[in-house]
Design a protein around this ligand. Structure first.
Ligand code: MSP
Length: 702
């Protein structure tokens, strides 16, 4: 059923230039909005900049310019990035806009009038250079835990929002699903936070310390705490408290409606996308603020609850957090300049399982672009269209039979039909679609598993490549043009469906693929999409390669060159047992070991497991943390030194062999309860050892 979908990104601090982490949030939200349009939903995508607060004030001071001038400049820089990544926000809000200040002040005044914002004496340890309070517990050796300098005991008046009183209502809203937090383990994190008493929230800062903020309307000596101001952006943007429409030419959700009408129509459909680091502010402060506001404005609480949160993981670089001091901050514009925006969009959606961390590597951007986009998808389009041009006069051939006539055609059709299946609400919630199994696109979209949409679109492309290879129309066409026509119809039709499903990720080449396969005017909405709609006789079109291939040139470093396959490393000298005539001599990397009695082998508990979760381990370039279903009551945590060979996303849903009774071991502070078995492929890359066909999790290995 078509719905409304109002998706927001965090608003970005203007203390720095946009980096790949910001780009990920916005690309994901853009893909989600486009995917919902594919479902026929009305969508509205909001992004913006968070322009008040200490960090921005300091950034401007460092540059010796007025904070507003600094914000204007950085705001323009952020705004200019999104079109270059093919993101199309409907509105770009700024917290320094007068219409937003008016909403914040209206909200504060009413909370104050209703006794929900109250003054209190606040005492704590204050770090003068960092300009912030710490609790006794947070101090390190009595000093500031952030900068290590001395702290002073300070007592001052501040204004507090009575957040604590909403603790149990918030808990109930989360457990009942009235507020949905994805992925599920993040909801547990928030519930864990709510197990401790919820304190009231300090929402002011004395203007003597922080001048760059929105003044409290009832106490001009104070400005609003930046998060109180920032979170309200999501509501201002669509007309909360009768906010004015944007003045920069952005589209207002319904141009004919007032602020109050827009808010009433769109707010129940909000989905906030945000990084896992800002989950508490979003899933605790924000709903309780809205509960307080609903109470203060005499509105039903349920109508103002934020409905959905999606907490995303982080992109790490070499398994480490990006930071200016490490010099490893990746600019999304550098990447798009080198490889194009679709290579970046494709990479982030393929590499990161939504909600989990992933590694950013430029080399992997290039690899995925060259292999998945240029080879698998781009070449397939070129080859198919070229065959149709050569043998079928450039017209979509008429299939001899409406049903598949070979196993490869049946495999294509079967997958396409799964992906096109309509989805009920029960389907969307069904855990059967989590993991590796191809899912109806509507399920992947509505459950925010957009990486799944990408993987399934690519799997369809994979089956189409197998079709061309196995049915070999280029060979059969001379003797049996009807069979070749049947295969090519299947290939073009499969491409039409794959391109339609991949449109949200590839907004510029997917429509071009549709044009090339003769589907220029076909429906772009999932609801009407069915196998067999491509019209025989429609003209196909050839053209330049759809995706350029690139070469990755590693940055020059002073490190010594690693040994390559033709330069055996020291100590590996014995000749290989079997050598092909053409291959260079190979060192015997794996000499035979002494025999073992069978009971020693029988003592090993070897089992098949299914990988449920895979994520990078902070500060480790080698380890991945896996959660593996071994057919036991709960999944096991296993650490595996395979991070250099696999992106976490590649592992989720895979079956692996596990040594389940290896003595537990602690690595990087985490317990590992078993070992994943791998083999060694080319250049030392690890390769999973897997059953040839899926088996039940926990199945034994003998
Ligand atoms: N201004 C606040 C958000 C206020 S929303 C009402 C803020 N801004 S931020 O610019 O610091 O971060 C914006 C988003 O970028 C956050 O969701 C954060 O998680 C995300 N990322 C920052 N670094 C990241 C990565 N390395 N990888 C992925 N996202 C990360 O917080």
């Amino acid at each position: 059923m078509p719905e409304r979908f109002y998706v927001t990104t965090p608003i970005y601090y203007v203390n720095d230039k946009p980096h790949i982490g910001h780009a990920y949030c916005t690309i994901l939200a853009d893909v989600a909005a486009r995917a919902h349009r594919l479902l026929g939903d009305q969508t509205y995508l909001l992004t913006g900049t968070d322009e008040h607060g200490q960090k921005v004030q300091e950034a401007a001071a460092r540059r010796g310019i007025d904070p507003q001038a600094h914000c204007d400049e950085l705001h323009a820089a952020f705004k200019a990035v999104w079109p270059r990544l093919l993101c199309e926000p409907d509105q770009f809000i700024r917290t320094t806009e007068p219409r937003h200040k008016a909403v914040v002040q209206r909200a504060l005044q009413r909370l104050h009038d209703r006794g929900l914002v109250v003054p209190r004496e606040f005492e704590g340890w204050y770090c003068v250079p960092d300009e912030r309070f710490w609790t006794e517990k947070e101090l390190q050796d009595g000093n500031c835990p952030s900068c290590g300098r001395q702290v002073v005991r300070l007592k001052e008046k501040n204004w507090f929002f009575k957040m604590g009183q909403y603790q149990s209502v918030l808990r109930d809203a989360i457990t009942s699903g009235a507020i949905a937090i994805h992925p599920a383990h993040r909801a547990n994190e928030v519930l864990g936070f709510l197990d401790k008493p919820l304190q009231d929230l300090c929402i002011s800062r004395p203007s003597s310390r922080l001048s760059w903020g929105i003044a409290l309307p009832f106490d001009p000596d104070y400005v609003t705490y930046v998060w109180f101001d920032a979170l309200l952006n999501y509501a201002t943007a669509i007309g909360f408290l009768d906010a004015e429409p944007p003045t920069d030419g952005s589209r207002w959700p319904d141009p004919a409606a007032t602020g109050a009408e827009n808010y009433a129509a769109w707010w129940p459909h909000v989905a906030h996308f945000l990084g896992k680091d800002i989950l508490t502010t979003h899933a605790v402060y924000w709903p309780t603020m809205l509960m307080g506001l609903a109470e203060a404005f005499d509105r039903p609480r349920e109508a103002w609850l934020p409905r959905t949160f999606l907490a995303t993981g982080w992109f790490l670089v070499d398994s480490t957090k990006m930071s200016k001091s490490l010099g490893n901050v990746v600019s999304p514009l550098d990447i798009t300049d080198r490889y194009g925006p679709e290579a970046l969009r494709w990479f982030v959606l393929r590499e990161m399982v939504v909600g989990q961390d992933a590694n950013f590597s430029e080399e992997a951007v290039v690899r995925r672009n060259n292999v998945e986009l240029a080879n698998d998808l781009g070449n397939l389009v070129q080859r198919t269209v070229a065959l149709v041009e050569k043998w079928f006069d450039g017209k979509v051939p008429s299939p001899a039979s409406p049903d598949p006539t070979t196993a490869s055609q049946a495999a294509v059709r079967e997958l396409a039909e799964v992906l096109l299946r309509p989805a009920t609400a029960a389907d969307v919630a069904d855990p059967v679609w989590t993991g590796d199994r191809p899912a109806p696109a509507a399920v992947s979209i509505r459950s925010f598993r957009l990486h799944r949409l990408a993987a399934d679109g690519l799997a369809l492309v994979g089956r189409l490549n197998e079709l061309i290879q196995h049915d070999a129309p280029f060979r059969t066409v001379r003797d049996n043009p009807a069979a070749a026509g049947q295969t090519l119809y299947c290939a073009l039709e499969g491409l039409r469906i794959a391109a339609t499903l991949l449109q949200p990720l590839l907004p510029s080449s997917a429509p071009e693929i549709l044009r090339r396969v003769g589907a220029g005017g076909s429906p772009v909405q999932l609801a009407g999409l069915q196998w067999g709609q491509l019209s025989p006789g429609a003209a196909v079109a050839s053209g330049a390669p759809l995706f350029a291939k690139h070469e990755y040139v590693a940055p020059v470093t002073a490190a010594p060159a690693a040994p390559t396959a033709t330069q055996p490393s020291e100590g590996a000298a014995a000749p290989s047992r079997v050598q092909s005539e053409t291959s260079p001599p190979r060192p015997d990397a794996n000499p035979a070991r002494p025999d073992v009695p069978i009971d020693q082998f029988a003592a090993l508990d070897l089992r098949v497991g299914s990988v449920l979760v895979a994520e990078a381990v902070p500060k480790s370039s080698k380890l991945l943390r896996l959660e593996i279903d071994l057919g036991e009551a709960a999944p096991r945590q296993i650490l595996s030194g395979i991070a250099e060979s696999f992106a976490p996303a590649e592992l989720v849903g895979q079956q692996v062999l596990v040594l389940a009774n290896l003595a537990p071991r602690k690595m990087m502070g985490l317990q590992s309860h078993g070992m994943v078995l791998v083999s060694e492929g080319d250049q030392g890359r690890r390769v999973l050892v897997q059953p040839a066909r899926p088996v039940a999790a926990g199945a034994g290995v003998r």
